[in-house]
Design a protein around this ligand. Structure first.
Ligand code: COA
Length: 168
């Protein structure tokens, strides 16, 4: 599981090249550390390791030389559907196309595993993530009212998005 899902090093607009690789269980600590800088609710490394090892999971990392992890995406596949559970890019590497590479890489990998649709939830106010998903051809198919609890206790809607993988 060390091939590059995109078939080669991922180029694009990043200031220095990143490669997209399958995540390994040994990456779980680095992913957990990065995840904690990006989300209000941290996921512990054991939970991330279990997800990476799960037979139905699809997990990729964006790395710089030396396996310096600057992004991750974890999805799960069930029959002909897949769901993105989490995706993130290091704060100092955002805005250079890495998020898009991760979503496109996971979309292609899910399609190769015979998934026909890819789903995810995103917070209504998460403008960066919504822009990323819009640019990757996701469309809104529903809304979960007051789905997220914010720090301080306020609630926020989640948007349910889906992407048709048949044309990916
Ligand atoms: C969402 C996230 C993964 C995007 O990663 P990224 O590497 O910065 O995204 P990219 O550079 O690949 O940008 C992809 C598209 O989104 C747009 N975009 C990215 N950040 C944006 C922002 N802050 N505001 C508006 N648009 C933005 C880009 O312009 C680009 O659009 P284009 O393809 O039409 O040019 C990143 O912001 C992140 O890790 N956020 C914190 C974790 C998070 O919220 N994850 C998603 C949970 S649902």
């Amino acid at each position: 599981m060390s091939t590059t899902p995109s078939g080669g090093p991922a180029g694009g607009a990043a200031p220095s090249p990143v490669s997209l690789l399958w995540a390994a269980p040994e990456d779980s600590h680095a992913i957990a550390k990065l995840h904690a800088t990006l989300f209000p609710t941290a996921w512990d490394s054991d939970a991330i390791k279990a997800l990476i090892e799960h037979p139905a999971s699809l997990a990729l990392v964006a790395v710089r030389p030396g396996r310096d992890i600057v992004g991750f995406i974890i999805a799960q596949i069930a029959a002909d559907e897949a769901e993105i559970l989490t995706v993130g890019v290091a704060l100092d590497r955002q805005g250079h196309g890495i998020g898009r590479q991760l979503v496109e890489g996971a979309s292609r990998a899910a399609k190769r595993s015979e998934a026909r649709r890819l789903f995810l939830d995103v917070a209504d106010s998460n403008a960066a993530a919504r822009a990323l998903y819009a640019s990757c051809d996701f469309t809104e198919i529903g809304r979960r009212k007051a789905y997220y609890t914010l720090p301080g206790g306020a609630r926020e809607d989640a948007l349910l998005l889906a992407r048709d993988l048949t044309s990916v």
